[in-house]
Design a protein around this ligand. Sequence first.
Ligand code: ADP
Ligand code: MG
Ligand code: MG
Length: 249
Amino acid sequence: KLLLEVKDLSAVIADSKQPILKGVNLTVHEGEVHTVMGKNGSGKSTFAKVLVGHPDYEITGGSITYKGQDLVQMEPEERATAGLFMSFQSPVAIPGVSNIDFLNMAYNARRRKLGLPELGPIEFYGYVAPKLELVNMKIDLLNRNVNEGFSGGERKRNEILQLAVLGADLAILDEIDSGLDVDALRDVAKAVNRILTPKNSILMITHYLRLLEFIKPTYIHIMENGRIVKTGDISLAETLEREGYKAIA
Ligand code: ADP
Ligand code: MG
Ligand code: MG
């Protein structure tokens, strides 16, 4: 079943009107894992952020259809309620807000939209605690301020914890492997696999083949200068790892 259809999408930076996306085409069905690779600055993160409605970017052409709806017309919160989740390449710290309160608020906001009763702090603790094990995260990180003083690996685990708490039909994961040691990478990838069922879809951005050993991609896409210029299977990533981008140009 069709989940996301992006057609000839172009987008500019809202401030400067500088074009970044220049005609992206991508079709995602339920249960598929799509990997976007590409040189630094090719527009991968911009594409991900445009999908979740990030205010830094303005769509100037094309269309995005998600679950049969025009995604562009939906507010970022509506997109989240509709099961779109994004983990950021550089998660931000939120001073003065504890991690567990933040997660509880986000989860309750989702439940309100779905017409479900909110969970109080004690109930929510019961819901979130078992998920810590999934991402191999220390419990004291729940009471620290969101991402404040978290190591790179802890921030990434925390992003995946958010995914575990909120769930997703389409999880957009922007370089969840960046800055992780081998063990942390395995933890994070395993957690993603356990959170998502075969019906969920993943759009993940990565530079490295090693993540794809844990999260098996259905398709690999190469982004270049704001477009997807090539689509293939895992062998595309293998060629890339061996020979670099010049080999697939
Ligand atoms: P990638 O994730 O593929 O490395 P990005 O999407 O982050 O690439 O960036 C694509 C290009 O757009 C880069 O040249 C980057 O500097 C520029 N860019 C993206 N977002 C902004 C922004 N908010 N302000 C200014 N330049 C931006
Ligand atoms: Mg980059
Ligand atoms: Mg990026």
